[in-house]
Every structure is written in C-alpha cells, then in structure tokens.
Design a protein. Sequence first.
Length: 347
Amino acid sequence: MTTIAGPAHSGDLSRFMTAGGCAAKVDSVTLEAILGGFTSPGPVDAVVGLESRDDAAVVALPGMNGMVTTVDVIPPPVADPREWGWIAASNAISDVYAMGGQPLWALSILGIPRAMSGDDARRVVLGAFDCLTECGAGLVGGHTIRSDAPFFGLAVHGTVSLGNIWRKSGALVGDAVILTRPIGVGVALSAARSGLRGIGDETWRCLKTTNAVAAEVLRGFPVHAATDVTGFGLANQVIDVAKSSAVAIHLDLGAVPELEGAEELAADGVATSLTAANRRAAEPNLRAETWGRRADLLFDPQTNGGLLAAVPAECAADIVIALRRRGLGDAAVIGRVHECEGPRLVY
C-alpha cells in the first residue's frame, strides 16, 4: 500500500464533533421532498439516474461498460483527522461497490473552520488518499472552502459492466438476504462522543473496513439486488430494496449481526440525531412481530456500513462462507424475500 508521510502534528477534532458521520444525513422523508419529481435529463445517457434512488448514477460509455459516479460527505465522526479522512473516503467509495462497480478515481470535497489547522486538514486528505490507494483508486483533485462546520468527502467515479449493475430493484421471491457487517456504529459513536465509553476495536474495524472485499466476493455469485447500509439505518435500506423490487422482506432479528454492547447502549437511551427520524420513516412500511432492544438498532444510522444483498437462496450459504473466509466474520443470512401482502418489512 502506498502511503504519503504526513506532518508530525496530531490534532484532536473533538470540539468539532456534533452529529458525527452519517448521523448528519438529512432524513429520508426530507430528502424525498427535495428530490421528488426530478428525472435524469438528456442528452446524458443515464442508465441509472435520479428517479430510481439507487446508490449511485450510471452513465453508459462506448462498449459494454458504464461510468458509476457518486458523492458523499460527512462531518468528523472521530477525533483523529487522518482516521476521519479514511472513514469518509471508505463511506463514499461504498456506493460504487454497492452498484457492483470498481472505483477508479475521486475528487475530494473539504470544508474547514478557521479554528482547524492546515496540518489537520492535510491529515484528513492523507487518510482519504490511503483509503483510495488500498481500493486501487486515485485522488486526482478536489475543492476546499472555509466553513463554520467541518465536512469532508469524495466524488467517486468508477466503472461497471452494463450487464451486471447491482440495483435495489431486482430482489426475487425466495431470495436470501445477506448482510456483510454488523450494525450499531451509530450508537457506538454517540456513546464515545458523550464520553460514556471509548470506541472499541470492533467498532474501529467496521469504520475502517472498506466494502472492496465484500463486493469482490459477491461478484463471484448471482446478485439480484444490493445496496449499502447507510445513515438511514438497516430497516430503511431493507424497505428500499423491498419497495423497489415490489416484494416484502422478512428479517430474522436474531440473525442480524450487531456490535458488542450496541444493544445495551440503545436500551440505555443512547441514540443519534437521526435515529427517531429513521424510525418514523420506516414505520408505515413495517410490521413488528417481535419488539425489543434489538429492534431499536434497525434504525441506527450506520457510517461506512456493510453491503446488503438479495441472492438466490441456494447460493447464500456458500456466499457467507466465502465472506467469512475473507475476514468478514460477521457476515450472515438475515432474512428472506416474500411476496408482498402488506408491509414491506416484517420482523
């Protein structure tokens, strides 16, 4: 892995941490009010555009490939500038992997307050550079402005086979639903920000793990639908897949992997600024056959979450084995796709 040596200065961004990471997203209801009615304009040959609400856009190129492109920015979820840069980059790149694509290059987008040093800002970009390098992509430019609140992210561009684009809309009745990483990052970051406990090793692994390996493994199998788990929480991501595919998805709550201690934090009232809005957005589309502390994490916003995929049931066990062999030890089958007879999500 290529790494650029940064300054010796090690900043602490704690004073800038408010709604860290993807908990700072606009809630899904507000986002729909903003984007509703927009369609992809001509003469751009958009294979996947605004109207489908997929994870990234895809524009056709000559031949059999398309350009997959996305943008994502977050405020600092952690105190270390370089770690923030890595996490923000991994979070942005994830949308390309969620479409079945391979990232090629990116532009950085950085907003820094006057109280933030130039050294710290450089360390943010260095973290992103390292993440991009690990993913086989390059940082080719960007834009930096002064901002009262800090933010950082990437506009990522990659390539995808036009015959193998993963979308939210392809789940079939009988499919198994796989999640590649545990949930609970939102409450873990909130607990750390409030001083209840530090960020544990397991949470760090989730924050720092890209979806490159998960996507590589999944490309070896049929994938009917896919997305990544983001600030809208697992419940809303599952509902998105179910609605787009005109099906219902039944989750096995006991099979959903979660970070150690996350359930207890949620039970103690630890939540993010987006959790309640995530629950409200999901409620019209779900039926809870069981309820409890574990269900609260379905609405927890995830920063740099794992991939969620609907795959043929006969392949599911082999996919999980392959994911675990590649280091994703929490990968699991968490549900099944059913005909829609009411709510989109049942658990």
